[in-house]
Design a protein around this ligand. Structure first.
Ligand code: MN
Length: 296
């Protein structure tokens, strides 16, 4: 396994003011990560020039992630919301292109919220139709779109890897991929290893973390099996660590994510550990999967 290792910017900062951008990029590089994942909730507020230059100086790559809100839901039956969602996704792809991002991922296909009704087939069809157009624009800049599989409290549409693969198949664009996250898989998948294997070549982005979104290895997720599954399918895309503290992110994200308990105080320590833990898991997985013993 030789994947690029990423870190979610929200470990360091809540927003993307110039000061926050500089701190988040520099800290991510300082701790030896290959890329930073930036929240794309408000792309028009980003200082694109400063961001691009600082990334170049720091020598790290960048990806972007977001969840649509209810007013911009491309799975809505309200055409105004669908139009607003498509316009927002197109804006994010432009910003991603301008800062040199390789991936745009997250809950791109619906709103990031607790729905009170199941997804409808008309809503799914609308989402797929819009995503095909967004994918075309993204492809022109070599950008991959990752459909993040999240738990039932964050979308009503794609809760399992199987649903995500079906969605990607129906969009039918080579740059529309599945984005898996261990935290969400732990809630929804019957068998997370089987889910990774079934996703196979459709896997385009991967989030690590824990069952409580704190220090890796301190929750209930069998991370060793996850990394072995990634090695077995030959996954070569980014592996990004995600963890949240309400002290850093503030509102509204604390409320949306439900961060009612703090799992860490010292971001430096958390991130240093995540890097070591991920690397050692990757080395172990590579060896476990490639060294098949045979009878002499
Ligand atoms: Mn995630």
């Amino acid at each position: 396994m030789n994947n690029r290792l990423g870190l979610h910017a929200n470990v360091w900062v809540a927003g993307w003011s110039d000061e926050e951008a500089i701190r988040a990029i520099d800290k991510t590089a300082e701790f030896g990560f290959d890329l930073i994942e930036i929240s794309a909730m408000a792309p028009h507020l980003m200082n694109i020039d400063l961001t691009r230059k600082r990334l170049e100086q720091a020598g790290i790559g960048v990806t972007m992630s977001l969840g649509l809100d209810a007013e911009k839901d491309i799975s809505s039956l309200d055409p105004d919301r669908v139009r607003a969602g498509e316009a927002h996704l197109m804006d994010v792809v432009s910003t991603a292109r301008d800062i040199g991002a390789t991936h745009v991922c997250g809950i791109l296909y619906s709103a990031f919220q607790k729905y009170s009704e199941p997804a409808t087939s008309a809503g799914v069809a609308s989402s797929i139709e819009v995503m095909a157009r967004v994918a075309e624009k993204a492809a022109a800049s070599g950008i991959t779109l990752g459909m993040e599989v999240v738990n039932r409290y964050e979308t009503n549409m794609i809760n399992t890897a199987t649903q995500a693969v079906e969605y990607c198949r129906r969009v039918g664009a080579p740059n529309v991929k599945v984005h898996l996250d261990v935290y969400h898989m732990n809630i929804e998948e019957a068998d997370a290893v089987a889910a990774i294997q079934a996703t196979g070549d459709y896997l385009g982005y991967f989030h690590t973390g824990e069952s409580h979104r704190g220090y890796m290895g301190t929750g209930s997720i069998d991370l060793k099996s996850m990394f072995q599954a990634l090695a077995r399918i030959g996954y070569a895309g980014p592996i990004t660590y995600e963890s949240f503290s309400s002290r850093v992110v503030g509102q509204p994200l604390t409320g949306i994510l439900g961060i009612w308990r703090e799992t860490w105080e010292d971001g430096d320590d958390l991130v240093r550990h995540a890097k070591m833990y991920t690397q050692s898991q990757m080395i172990a997985a590579r060896n476990a999967v490639s060294r098949k013993s045979s009878l002499a």
